[in-house]
Write a protein that binds this ligand. Structure first.
Ligand code: C5P
Length: 236
């Protein structure tokens, strides 16, 4: 598979065309960003860790019947994915109060929610990714009502599957962010990445943070905790 032109560069990944119309190359970068890009760093090894972790998670989701854009990992920091048109929504699922949810609603971090909840954020850097509701999604023309329903159901299904994956390795899935796209036939497909960059993961025993909050809050070495997640998932 030939790596073609650079199509898109995001904060954490680069997307390249390939010689196949519906397949893209994803390169995971070492850049870490937080607070809408206000905090930035280059962290050696981060791209490799997230590529490997995301690969294992997409493969395990597939085993549980959840399809995604992931095709296969092809190098330390690259994977092949199916091409989709990304819907500009950040779909956040929460099991336990933390982060912006705790700040916005004054609910103490660590408080278990009585059921998982789904939130939508408009993926728009200039607007700083505001939280939006179904009406906003409709008025902005981001997705149809049917698509929002499909996405909500899929996000909750991913939550159940991910909770099991992490429970087995002694990790609590606090919350996470998903992105979805449309394939060439208009089908909704899980896309982007699932990694400690996009999930809050706490050690079940010690409640130690094993995710990007280590970087956001200056709690220690990001690669040390991402390595813990990778090795518990059975990676190297
Ligand atoms: O910051 P907040 O509490 O809203 O984040 C909820 C979850 O979504 C966290 O797991 C965080 O890592 C993830 N997230 C993300 N990308 C963003 C915003 C949040 O992966 N742009």
């Amino acid at each position: 598979m030939e790596k073609g032109a650079l199509l898109y560069e995001g904060k954490a990944k680069r997307l390249y065309a390939t010689d196949q119309e519906d397949v893209l190359f994803v390169e995971y970068k070492n850049s870490a960003t937080a607070f809408n890009g206000l905090k930035k760093a280059e962290i050696e090894g981060k791209g490799i860790l997230n590529n490997k972790i995301s690969t294992i998670i997409f493969e395990q989701l597939k085993q549980q019947g959840i399809e995604s854009h992931f095709i296969k990992r092809i190098s330390e920091n690259e994977q092949l994915v199916r091409k989709v048109e990304i819907i500009p929504l950040e779909v956040v699922v929460r099991n336990i109060a933390a982060g912006s949810f705790s700040e916005r609603l004054g609910i103490e971090e660590g408080t278990a929610l009585k059921r998982p909840i789904v939130e939508f954020y408009y993926k728009n850097d200039a607007l700083k990714d505001p939280i939006i509701n179904n009406d906003h999604i409709d008025i902005l023309g981001l997705a149809t009502k049917e698509e929002v329903e499909t996405i909500t159901n899929l996000a909750l299904k991913v939550n159940e599957a991910l909770r099991k994956i992490f429970e087995k390795i002694g990790v609590i899935l606090v919350d996470f962010k998903l992105e979805f796209g449309r394939d060439k036939d208009g089908n909704i497909l899980l896309a982007d990445e699932i990694s400690p960059d996009t999930c809050r993961l706490w050690d079940a025993e010690t409640k130690e943070k094993l995710d990007k909050d280590v970087f956001r809050r200056d709690l220690g070495s990001l690669t040390d905790v991402y390595n813990i997640i990778l090795s518990r998932l059975g990676g190297n």
